[in-house]
Design a binder for this molecule. Structure first.
Ligand code: WAQ
Ligand code: MG
Length: 258
């Protein structure tokens, strides 16, 4: 689904559903979402349904943890600490923070070379939209139960974890940074195979109409191959890794929170 107003992106969603019966329910749910978005009423909504060609790849979710954080200043320090550990250069982190906190919200994500900070996606106004991703029924139930225990069983968390897990499933992608473009959703995340899906409260101030996503990719990686995987390869989460509560950033970095 994608919804826009005067050409400006308002809302998007995608999923993989294995039974026909889900299609009516999901289309209705996506339509409801498009029409009730805090960013305003769209003047155009597109819902596309396609059958899959080829089989889906099944993967585990990234482990989830929330880093202890109580201000946007601290959030920025955590982001820099984690990304530096992943050998992403400081200039590139700076560039990524600008993209993720931009008022001109893209529909997709920016692909940045880890060292050069070069944009590797062809349309820098749109970015790359990850699609053909979903979660199996059993894994979905198990994730909901884990999130409910922490009081964070929200659709935004599930969808972001599924997306981040697919993204981290590509060996040339080192990390992801995400800030929601919903003015009132102030928790973002950094995701990587190394640290898992690390939720960051207070990544932005309430009421700000900014947001964005950045995927950090190995320098000299095959950008076309990565984009093909992100947009086209069907990936389903069929196993849930750990779902953890709050941990200090040092423990997240040392992997001692689990
Ligand atoms: N593929 C690529 N980029 C995307 C996609 C996608 N499928 N969906 C969204 N984006 C980009 C796009 O630039 C949006 O402006 C930006 O990400 C933010 O999207 O655990 O709600 O849908 O509590 O607003 C994080 C949850 C929620 C954290 C993120 O993102 C948590 C969220 P939004
Ligand atoms: Mg949004």
């Amino acid at each position: 689904m994608r919804a826009s107003r005067l050409g400006r992106h308002i809302s998007g969603a995608e999923g993989l559903f294995l039974d026909k019966e889900s299609l009516a329910r999901v289309s209705r749910e996506y339509l409801r979402r498009a029409l009730s978005h805090p960013k305003g009423t769209p003047d155009s909504i597109t819902i596309t349904l396609e059958s899959l060609s080829g089989s889906a790849k099944t993967i585990s979710s990234l482990p989830l943890v929330t880093v202890r954080c109580s201000s946007t200043r601290e959030a920025k320090a955590h982001i820099i600490a984690m990304l530096k550990h992943l050998r992403i250069s400081e200039d590139v982190i700076d560039a990524a923070l600008k993209i993720a906190n931009d008022k001109r919200v893209m529909r997709g994500a920016a692909l940045l070379g880890c060292l050069s900070g070069k944009r590797l996606d062809p349309d820098t106004e749109r970015g790359v939209r990850v699609s053909r991703l979903g979660i199996g029924a059993q894994a979905g139930k198990s994730l909901s139960a884990g999130l409910a225990r922490l009081g964070i069983n929200r659709i935004a968390v599930t969808e972001a974890l599924v997306l981040a897990s697919k993204v981290a499933g590509h060996p040339a992608i080192v990390a992801e940074l995400c800030v929601s473009d919903d003015p009132d959703y102030t928790t973002g995340y950094v995701a990587s195979r190394e640290f898992g899906y690390v939720r960051i409260p207070f990544i932005k101030r309430k009421g700000q109409s900014i947001g964005g996503r950045v995927f950090f990719v190995n320098e000299n990686a095959d950008a076309d191959g990565i984009i093909r995987y992100l947009e086209r390869k069907p990936v389903i989460i069929d196993k849930i890794s750990g779902v953890f509560g709050v941990a200090d950033v040092e423990d997240v970095i040392r992997n001692t929170n689990r």
